[in-house]
Design a binder for this molecule. Structure first.
Ligand code: 5GP
Ligand code: MN
Length: 335
């Protein structure tokens, strides 16, 4: 880790610290933020967790979820807290463009900036940086960071549970992005008392009936297969959002189900938001959806899981996606 000793020294006495993560925070964003929060809280720091946009409600049981500030809803106070922070952590994102309206506040902030992240192509905005694209999750790196501080014994149940959530969600329950290092960490966490069964149940068996039926609708009514390119896509319109009262987090993970079809190597969900069209892509094997997202949809992420957005209409975005797949990637997807 770049500038680790400098950061260790800074953390050796109580500081005003802000912990941030990306817009539309997922399990890894929340897990890494709350995990680090609960760890640093044992050291007497003054801590605030700030997310750019609201959190998914299916994780509302996480310890101190209610204490997290949502920047968009608390702009004046959050801005002041960011201004006054001596240390600012950026977890699970590596570009200020991922934090929406919070970008300006972070850019202007005078505090010491720390990035802990596992996405490709990090921007250069942090003073200290732990960036590792081979890590399953930001949570894995938070754990590694605390290990580097030789302080794993300070992790309490709240910190351990929070960190475990990000390991679970970013690996789909230890099905992808796994490694020997991850499983060693998992083993260590289980020995420290983490209950995998309880947390897996809380994270994955947490659908409301409405959300479960929406998944059925997406698969049954909205799935389109580009069989000649081993690709599947689900498209949702604003009318779908209204008709099914789709809320934040309701579509989390839907795109992964497309990969359950044996032949499929690339999957997408394309959703018409109020002011933007959002794309969420997944792939199997060495096919890079990161390349597609960064080249065509102002986005990025990981080789097998990436996202992006488009200011074109839904129709034009879907057409562009299909065109790109069929004209540029068909061969790679069928070899
Ligand atoms: P999801 O599809 O679950 O929203 O995100 C998958 C991965 O892509 C995540 O690691 C996420 O951080 C990244 N990602 C999602 N949307 C964007 C985006 O608009 N821009 C960039 N750079 N990355 C994104
Ligand atoms: Mn992540």
């Amino acid at each position: 880790m770049q500038n680790f000793e400098q950061l260790r020294e800074l953390l050796s006495s109580p500081k005003r610290i802000v912990i941030t993560s990306h817009a539309n925070p997922d399990g890894d964003a929340l897990g890494s933020s709350l995990g680090l929060y609960h760890y640093l809280a044992t050291k007497g720091h003054r801590l605030t967790v700030i997310m750019p946009t609201p959190m998914p409600s299916f994780l509302n049981w996480m310890p101190e979820y209610d204490k997290i500030l949502v920047y968009d809803a608390t702009m004046t106070i959050s801005k002041q807290i960011i201004e006054k922070a001596e240390i600012i952590f950026s977890l699970d994102y590596n570009s200020l463009s991922r934090i929406d309206s919070m970008e300006g506040a972070l850019r202007d902030a005078k505090g010491y900036k720390v990035m802990i992240d596992h996405h490709l192509d990090p921007d250069d905005f942090a003073d200290a940086m732990l960036s590792d694209t081979t890590a399953s999750s930001a949570c894995e790196l938070v754990y590694q960071f605390i290990d580097m501080l030789e302080d794993l014994d300070s992790l309490n149940a709240k910190a351990l549970d929070s960190i475990f959530v990000g390991l679970l969600t970013d690996t789909g329950g230890f099905r992808y992005a796994t490694s020997p290092r991850l499983f060693r960490i998992v083993a260590d966490m289980l020995e420290r008392g983490v209950n995998n069964n309880v947390l897996t149940d809380l994270v994955f068996n947490s659908y409301t009936t409405k959300r479960f039926k929406l998944l059925g609708y997406c698969i049954y009514e909205c799935l389109e297969l580009l069989k000649e390119a081993n690709t599947g896509l689900i498209v949702l319109t604003q009318a779908d959002y209204k008709r099914y009262n789709i809320q934040r987090g309701d579509l989390e993970g839907v795109v992964n189900f497309i990969l359950r079809i044996r032949q499929i190597r690339c999957a997408a969900i394309i959703t018409e938001r109020r002011d933007i069209v959002k794309l969420s892509l997944r792939s199997k094997g060495d096919f890079s959806v990161q390349a597609i997202c960064s080249k065509y949809f102002n986005g990025g992420g990981h080789l097998n899981a990436s996202g992006g957005a488009s200011r074109k209409s839904l129709r034009e975005t879907v057409d562009l996606f299909k065109k790109v797949i069929l004209e540029e990637y068909k061969e790679e997807l069928t070899k």
